[in-house]
Design a protein around this ligand. Structure first.
Ligand SMILES: *Cc1c(COP(=O)(O)O)cnc(C)c1O
Length: 376
């Protein structure tokens, strides 16, 4: 059996190596490292894949969120609502821009932001909502878009974990995540579903004017060379990363199918045990791309299981061990613990098993046997 890894980027690379090497060689010999043809073609390939009018490549997924908020013209003091149970990047850029993060609880089944908690948190200062498609599952976008229309709020989709997932709305229209809100962001960090071999990110929008603004912001606020119209940043995707992404984009649906297959096998082997809640796909099979396969362990010892797996050579992760509202950088006297009951519970129960496109049946059986051995 191949060594079990949380993500297996070596096996994945072996499959695309000739194409990646040839593409990289082209970049190296042309020396067009920045904004070369590979970046342009990746941009249009990704626009076609997501079905969105504009993709603006940038340096990473955190920048993508920051630039999106800058482009929307959010100003210091504006309130931005996001989930308490997610990676810190979302709340980090809100705070960095001098905006006020308003953290709200999540749904215990989907792990995604709870629309009723969003509604309760809205004030006259609220300007935007940032839903995160956590672990690859589409957030409740119908409810979130309805709230945004009712209260005139921007929706910025953090699609770092959800790329390739689709959402079918109440009218039967199907849209890929990242293209549903006013603006979307994603990350190409190596372990993401579409990952490069370094850092990378992108912003999505269907709004022509906003796209123009965003393109200037990622390039030092320049719309004309050496004319700096707004305060911008330097945030670029480089050509070598675009080569990797162009190859992997062709395989993204296949990668996501492999992840779904692994998730189904895990759930077949693990569901039915009293101490395990397997992840639930809320809508349909295309609305979850399993960036992570995350169990809830109830009435048992989550940290003991982590240790047991690790001592059996099986990696696992706890995403996320601390609610954002309780992080030193983001805590505030104004938060009422009673409003974070779900997140406070989840951080004690969740455990993510290895998840990637190269998992095989034997590895999954080994992992599940080790989980069930521990629980007895
Ligand atoms: C990975 C991730 C980010 C940040 O992406 P980077 O490319 O690492 O900056 C933001 N939000 C979520 C939900 C993520 O998982």
């Amino acid at each position: 059996m191949r060594k079990i890894q949380m993500v297996d980027l070596q096996s994945q690379y072996a499959f695309i190596r000739p194409q990646v090497e040839a593409g990289m060689e082209e970049v190296l010999s042309s020396a067009q490292f920045i904004n070369g043809p590979a970046v342009k073609s990746f941009q249009s390939n990704l626009e076609a894949y997501i079905g969105v009018k504009h993709v603006i490549p940038c340096a990473n997924g955190t920048d993508a969120l920051q630039v999106a908020m800058m482009g929307l013209g959010l100003e210091p003091g504006d309130e931005v609502i996001t989930a308490d149970f997610t990676f810190a990047a979302t709340v980090e850029v809100i705070a960095l821009l001098g905006l006020k993060p308003v953290l709200v609880d999540v749904d215990p089944v989907s792990f995604n932001i709870d629309p009723s908690a969003i509604e309760r948190a809205i004030t006259p200062k609220t300007k935007a909502i940032v839903p995160v498609h956590l672990f690859g599952q589409v957030a409740d976008m119908d409810a979130i878009m309805a709230i945004s229309e009712k209260h005139n709020l921007y929706v910025i989709e953090d699609n770092a974990q959800g790329i390739g997932a689709t959402h079918t709305d109440a009218n039967g229209n199907t849209t890929k995540t990242g293209g549903i809100g006013h603006v979307g962001s994603t990350s190409f960090f190596p372990s993401k579903n579409l990952g490069c071999y370094g850092d990378g990110g992108a912003i999505f929008t269907n709004d022509d004017e906003l796209a123009h603004t965003l393109r200037g912001i990622v390039n030092h606020g320049m719309y004309e060379r050496y004319h700096h119209d707004v305060v911008g940043v330097n945030s670029r995707l480089d050509s070598l990363q675009a080569v990797v992404l162009n190859e992997k984009l062709k395989l993204l649906d296949y990668y996501n199918e492999r992840r779904k297959w692994a998730a189904i096998r895990y759930s077949q082997l693990l569901s039915g045990h009293d101490n395990i809640i397997t992840p639930k796909v809320i809508r349909n099979c295309d609305s979850h791309v399993f960036h992570q396969y995350t169990l809830r362990l109830v009435g048992s010892d989550r940290d003991g299981l982590v240790q047991h797996l690790q001592s059996n050579g099986i990696p696992c992760g706890v995403y996320y061990p601390i609610p954002l509202h309780a992080q030193k950088a983001y805590q505030s006297d104004k938060y009422d613990e009673a409003n974070f009951a779900v997140t406070n519970q989840l951080v004690k129960e969740v455990i993510s098993l290895p998840m990637h496109s190269e998992l095989d049946e034997e590895q999954i059986q080994t992992i599940c046997r080790a989980v069930l051995d521990f629980l007895g």
